[in-house]
Design a protein around this ligand. Structure first.
Ligand code: ACO
Length: 380
């Protein structure tokens, strides 16, 4: 008897590879990077250390970390070709698309498949940070500021963007956000980067595939969409009616729901705890978005929690992004900077036993038929 063929739409529930990078404990709501609880990493580690952890699946020794930081800092410097491209396109395209363009440029002449290409992986993370800051700086009328070797990755990111060394608080918040978004298994963007890498495309082009898959509001674009959603709701009083209307029209609330978590996203809890530390120093716009988001969480959960749909990290991150001065159209791009750590680690890991990713589709179209020349066709 012919077995029926199962089609797994959206690859839901399908394991496509093995990985030692992260464990999502979706029952208990804990996320681990190479065995370390991300909550502890946010509290005690740094983004730079997490990049090392992703690439080597262990924490560095002190001397290893010193060498690693030297490489990272060196790689943060941009070349004339990057700066000229940014000057040319920063004002005419969105930040994420330009990031993809620049990282593709970085891959010129390179070949893929080297699972030990740690230098390229570090270079990619470093360059993404500098691309991000410089695109924003140039968009707002400034010009390239070289990174400073005495500043940390998040400090440099804000320094190159604003021309001023950031406060300790802002750099720490950014560091936390970078750690939180560094890795999360195989969502659409990481899968896209693996699909490209599995063809032995180069590392940088594979990252570009990830960047472009991050763009949509169902994935990385959700934070910008969630921020725009809060602004468009306008006030706390309008939230209950807005939630009811949105759900009755079968539309989605941005910042709610997750393919893997059917409980509260643990990253959202971490973000909320960080926000709580800054309640007193929010400006009026951020405070308003905070109040609306709180109401949205309350009313959204009232209707959606019974279906396993809870707030995800992107409901709350816009508040921190705005608090540290990021433009509202840069959130997804910052996510890409951070997730580059996960993408490169997954790509190198995958290349150790590379297998071309080539799934099947179940054909449901017409059976084979004869071609009829145009002049002989009589209609359907
Ligand atoms: N608001 C309202 N209803 C929702 C939501 C939501 N945010 N999310 C899912 N649902 C409903 C769907 O309408 C659908 O209902 P139906 O069965 O009556 O048709 C059902 O739940 C299943 O939804 P799917 O989208 O098929 O489920 P999936 O597992 O693919 O959902 C997803 C995951 C895409 C993230 C979804 O929850 C969503 O679109 N959320 C909003 C966008 C968002 O916040 N994305 C960020 C995710 S986190 C990240 O990528 C970093």
């Amino acid at each position: 008897m012919v077995q029926p063929i199962s089609v797994f739409k959206g690859l839901e529930g399908v394991y496509v590879t093995e990985s030692a990078l992260s464990l999502i404990d979706s029952e208990n709501g804990v996320l681990y990077y190479a065995g370390y609880d991300v909550k502890e990493l946010v509290e005690r580690s740094s983004f730079e250390e997490v990049v090392f952890l992703m690439l080597h699946q262990r924490l560095p020794t002190s001397s290893e970390f010193t060498e690693f930081l030297k490489l990272l800092r060196r790689s943060q410097e941009l070349e004339p070709i990057h700066i000229e491209t940014i000057r040319k396109y920063a004002g005419v395209t969105d930040i994420l698309s330009l990031l993809a363009m620049l990282i593709v440029l970085e891959g010129r002449g390179k070949i893929g498949g080297n699972s030990n290409d740690f230098n390229a992986a570090v270079n990619a993370v470093a360059k993404m940070g500098s691309f991000f800051s410089t695109i924003i700086r140039v968009r707002y009328g400034g010009d390239y500021i070289p990174p400073r070797r005495d500043l940390s990755f998040p400090e440099n990111l804000l320094y190159m963007m604003n021309g001023e060394v950031p406060s300790r608080e802002h750099a720490d918040v950014l560091d936390d956000l970078l750690i939180l978004h560094a890795e999360h298994g195989i969502p659409a963007s990481t899968f896209a980067s693996l699909v490209a890498a599995s063809t032995l495309s180069d590392l940088y082009s594979s990252i570009a595939a990830g960047i472009l898959a991050l763009k949509g509001p169902l994935h990385g674009g959700a934070s910008e969409a969630s921020y725009a959603q809060a602004l468009s709701i306008g006030s706390v009083e309008k939230v209950p009616e807005w939630v009811q209307l949105t759900l009755s029209e079968k539309k989605k609330i941005m910042g709610f729901g997750h393919r893997v978590y059917k409980i509260y996203d643990p990253r959202a809890t971490i973000v909320k705890n960080i926000i709580a530390r800054f309640m007193g120093s929010m400006n009026s716009e951020v405070k308003k978005v905070y109040e609306i988001t709180r109401a949205l969480e309350e009313y959204g959960e009232k209707y959606l929690a019974s279906r396993g749909i809870y707030p995800n990290v992107d409901l709350w991150t816009p508040i921190l992004y705005r608090m540290i001065g990021l433009p509202a159209d840069s959130f997804t791009a910052l996510f890409a900077v951070s997730r580059t750590a996960g993408w490169v680690a997954h790509i190198l890991e995958y290349w150790r036993e590379n297998k071309l990713i080539r799934p099947l589709h179940l054909y449901v179209g017409e059976r084979p038929r004869k071609y009829i020349p145009l002049e002989l066709r009589t209609g359907s």
